[in-house]
Write a protein that binds this ligand. Structure first.
Ligand code: ASP
Ligand code: MG
Length: 417
């Protein structure tokens, strides 16, 4: 019976963590495992900085890349003998980035991103595969670009399910396998990425394609919590989470997992376990075919760095369908997702993630036809299964800019005072 395990960056952030994961996997050495890894520690963020500097004339991408090299170099020295072949393999991956940096950047930021950032996952899987092989967990390394086929919407590529399923069935035949999360490949052999935290989604894609019975996402928390402990005290672990509930939570920004992860699993009723790699003996949270969430408590989701944009007609006319349709086509064009929206007779307001690349472009385009105002550095709170008490506590000392309530969910956009 095939099982999919996914380990995120935190689980392999240093030598001690890597050894711990090797210990856990040792217990599963005889199982038909596919193990998906993210980039190590904060490497994805570090590579994003390389891309930023590469795109800016004044930037110094080589210096930023050096930090990524140093990080991996330290790990290698602690994990392997000096003459190990892994040094060469890692070096070759860095050379791939250096080649990109030698050329003029492509005008498309997202394209450049996808040629550089995925190297984080290539590095982590090469290193993990070698380290595990040396330590009693024989495995084969699989290039995710040979199995995950996507379109060419860089940074947010869409899966070609038919091709992906057929590649997975053809190529995943012996176990255990180590592969990369987060990345895919176009039919023209360009690397793509599936969106930040996309490794969870990769695990779900593989589970769907291979009809597995179990997916485990290993995390540094005991399971899925009802709130992010960085923002809230007294969090509680959610033990049983219906698929629909998990989709809602993830969609509104709970860091439970990449929002696209759940649908493929729900489609085939494949339960997803969220388990602690620090305390594997503890009971995990399970997302599956349940009727209600247990325990039944409010869940809090915090989305920081929001911008609230209001548009009005330049001639002060009412906002009518033509306006809305042109506004929405701009969202689609710039790939901006609306987290919350509200319209009045003369204006239309929407709250979106303040992405440094997408939002300025969107604002410029909106200003061509509309009167535009915005308010940034905002936070959006979503509470599922709210009660008055939970909202009151939440809003203490905050200025509410927009609020929307439905039966189970409340969304509130606030400015901190
Ligand atoms: N390494 C990628 C990221 O940090 C993908 C992932 O971790 O799931 O977003
Ligand atoms: Mg990560």
């Amino acid at each position: 019976m095939i099982k999919i395990f996914k380990f995120g960056g935190t689980s392999i952030k240093d030598v001690e963590s890597i050894k711990r994961i090797a210990g856990i996997l040792g217990n599963y050495a005889t199982e038909d495992l596919v193990v998906v890894f993210s980039a190590m520690g904060k490497v994805t963020n570090m590579l994003e900085e390389v891309v930023e500097d590469y795109m800016q004339k004044s930037g110094n991408p080589e210096e930023k890349l050096q930090k990524v090299k140093d990080f991996h170099e330290h790990l290698l020295n602690d994990l392997f003998e000096q003459n190990h072949t892994i040094y060469n393999e890692v070096n070759n991956l860095f050379v791939e980035i250096e080649w990109v940096l030698e050329d003029e950047p492509n005008p498309d930021y997202a394209f450049n991103y996808d040629q550089i950032v995925p190297i984080g996952e290539m590095l982590s899987t090469k290193i993990m595969s070698a380290y595990l092989s040396d330590n009693g967990f024989a495995n084969s390394w699989l290039d995710a670009r040979d199995i995950i086929r996507t379109d060419n919407k860089y940074r947010n590529a869409k899966i070609d399910w038919e091709q992906t399923i057929s590649f997975c069935k053809d190529k995943i035949t012996h176990f255990p396998i180590i592969t990369q999360g987060f990345i895919g490949c176009t039919s023209e052999n360009f690397t793509t990425t599936l969106g930040r935290e996309g490794s969870d989604f990769t695990a779900a894609i593989l589970a769907f394609a291979l009809d597995v019975k179990q997916v485990v996402i290993w995390k540094d928390v005991d399971g899925v919590l009802n709130a992010d402990p960085r923002f809230f005290e007294d969090t509680e672990q959610l033990m049983k989470i219906p698929f629909e509930e998990a989709i809602e939570l993830a969609y509104y920004g709970a860091k439970v997992m990449h929002p696209k992860t759940i649908q493929p699993l729900q489609r085939k009723s494949i339960p997803l376990e969220v388990k602690s790699f620090l305390h594997p003996e503890k009971e995990s949270s399970v997302i599956g075919d349940f009727n209600t969430i247990a325990p039944f408590v409010p869940s809090y989701i915090v989305k920081e760095n929001q911008i609230l944009i209001s548009v009005a007609d330049k001639n002060l006319s009412f906002i009518v369908e033509e306006h809305l349709s042109s506004i929405f086509s701009l969202f689609a064009h710039y790939g901006v997702r609306v987290n919350m929206m509200q319209n009045s007779a003369v204006s239309f307001s929407f709250c979106v993630d303040n992405d440094r690349h997408k939002v300025p472009a969107l604002l410029t385009a909106l200003k061509e036809n509309f009167e535009v105002h915005f308010n940034d550095s905002l936070t959006m709170y979503t509470v599922r299964h709210y009660d008055e008490d939970s909202i009151e506590k939440l809003l203490k000392n905050k200025q509410v800019l927009l609020e929307q309530k439905s039966r189970h969910t409340v969304h509130i956009v606030v400015k901190d005072r």
